[in-house]
Design a protein around this ligand. Sequence first.
Ligand SMILES: Cc1cc2nc3c(=O)[nH]c(=O)nc-3n(C[C@H](O)[C@H](O)[C@H](O)COP(=O)(O)OP(=O)(O)OC[C@H]3O[C@@H](n4cnc5c(N)ncnc54)[C@H](O)[C@@H]3O)c2cc1C
Length: 596
Amino acid sequence: MQVYEAPLRDMKFVLHELHQDDGFGNLEALEEFTPDLVDAVLEEAAKVAQEVLLPLNRSGDVEGCTLENGVVRTPQGFKEAYELFREGGWCALASDPEWGGQGLPESVNKMTEEMICSANLSFSLYPGLTHGGTTAIEGYASDELKQFYLPKMVSGTWSGTMCLTESHCGTDLGMLRTKAVPQDDGSYKLTGGKIFISAGEHDLTENIIHLVLARLPDAPAGVKGISLFLVPKYLPKDDGTPGPSNGVSVAAIEHKMGLKASATCQLNFEESTGWLVGKPNKGLEAMFTMMNTERVSVGVQGLGVGEAAYQSAVWYAKDRLQGRSLSGVKNPNGPADPIIVHPDVRRMLMTMRAYNEGCRAISAWVSRALDAEKHATDPEVKQRAQDFVALMTPVVKALFTDLGFETANLAVQVYGGHGYIAESGVEQYVRDARIAMIYEGTNGIQALDLVGRKLPAHMGRYLRAFFHPVSQFIEANKGDETFGKMIEALEKAFGALQLSTATIAQKGMKDPEEGAAAATEYLRLTGLVAMAYCFAKSALIAQRKLAEGTEEAAFYKTKLTTAQFYFDRILPQATAVFLAIKAGKGSMMALEAEAF
Ligand SMILES: Cc1cc2nc3c(=O)[nH]c(=O)nc-3n(C[C@H](O)[C@H](O)[C@H](O)COP(=O)(O)OP(=O)(O)OC[C@H]3O[C@@H](n4cnc5c(N)ncnc54)[C@H](O)[C@@H]3O)c2cc1C
């Protein structure tokens, strides 16, 4: 059964307690967002997620989207839910007040995104892509385009898409063929076909604003010849209402493994009118602004599904009676004990729990940096925040989505055969979670981004924004009476990460394949260390609270136990990935292609 209650206490912990000393400071621009106000927003978001979106998750999966006579319909209830969501201002949460947004801190926005993804991942894509689109328009479009399109998109009246992929090119966008021909009035006519476009066509909004990558007639070959265009589904009239159709049609909706209530479309552009966003041939730069925002959000998708899968597994583990506890009967009046008594089931539940809490802690850390990047007045803080975000974006995207999928898979295992049967609802989590490892740049590409771009950038400067706080924390807490062993384990994993960084830098300089061969494991190691740091900090805070005699002893004791489990049973993975990194590309690249 799909059950979900927003983990508000943990969200408040990571927002208000865990990262207060992260060096990103208290931002004056966000002072009005007091903890009380933030908590009130989170509580309202939880209601929307639990009461409006969750009930449509399974029915949306079963019904899916349909295409009839060129019209795409979302599953029953989606239109009403979207209207409620839009009217409640949830589309505009993190957008700039200049365009009608509420300007909420990104740290709060990411928590609400997590809730929406837990409740209904398919639904989350409709407002999610619009938000990404507004980021690119805000950053690169002309004032005229901004004034005309942003208010409608920010309010959710119009939605957005990102149209990159074509049938012959996904990762390698340099090969894309969609053409844009300049017109006398300053607009362009776009012609070409795009595939896999999320929210490409649907019945939720009165207009859809496509952000399309295309080539100008004189464009250089490859990625240096790509420009970005804004192409509305309906050409708006001067009064801002949708006008005539703009030559954008749906050839098909994709039949896919999961995410069934999200309309993934093949779109054809036939002489569609568009306007340039940013400079000619610099489209990838503008699109990457959008993609970076989206990549952190896709990471949060992984966490969201992971949390929902965990909660559904806990519910089942307490309900399902099988076998007897090895430490003595726990349910003497029943025919068997609930499966939560069994160590192997506990292993799965604790792993899921630790992954979710670890990712949530990192999510809050990175989104605090996103806020500082935008609002800090001290240039040094701003720079550090930018560096940290740049470094951690691929880590959040790939780590969270890998772990989200693993967590969903564990949920099926907790349910046994019933998990494999659709009625249980948990196999949907596996199918839904799987795509997050692929879109917005596959996780393999995220790892290459980390190793190939982020590590060497500015002579390793990005890394310092991560390494400094970790090494300072280790120095300050080494030999701690209670947590000495934990800090020692963190120091060892951190040492392995430092050594791996040096090895990759050295070997990669001589042979780029060496860096690429180590990339996925290096990203995992970075994630494991980041989680270890967050858990060690959490443990210290929890211990202090317990010593002070907090009224919330149960929460802090549980946090301590989860942290201990992470160090006992998950951080040891760091040794394995370290050894894999050290092994280099040798056996991985040795065989000729014919030998496969
Ligand atoms: C449900 C769904 C929704 C989507 N939504 C959108 C959307 O809204 N807009 C949009 O534009 N696209 C969208 N996509 C497309 C998605 O972003 C691409 O599928 C993804 O980027 C991978 O491209 P590809 O499928 O062509 O795989 P390929 O690029 O062919 O990659 C295949 C494999 O090769 C690996 N690979 C490729 N190149 C390299 C390299 N240089 N080094 C190492 N490994 C490499 C990849 O990691 C992958 O494992 C969506 C896809 C799906 C399935």
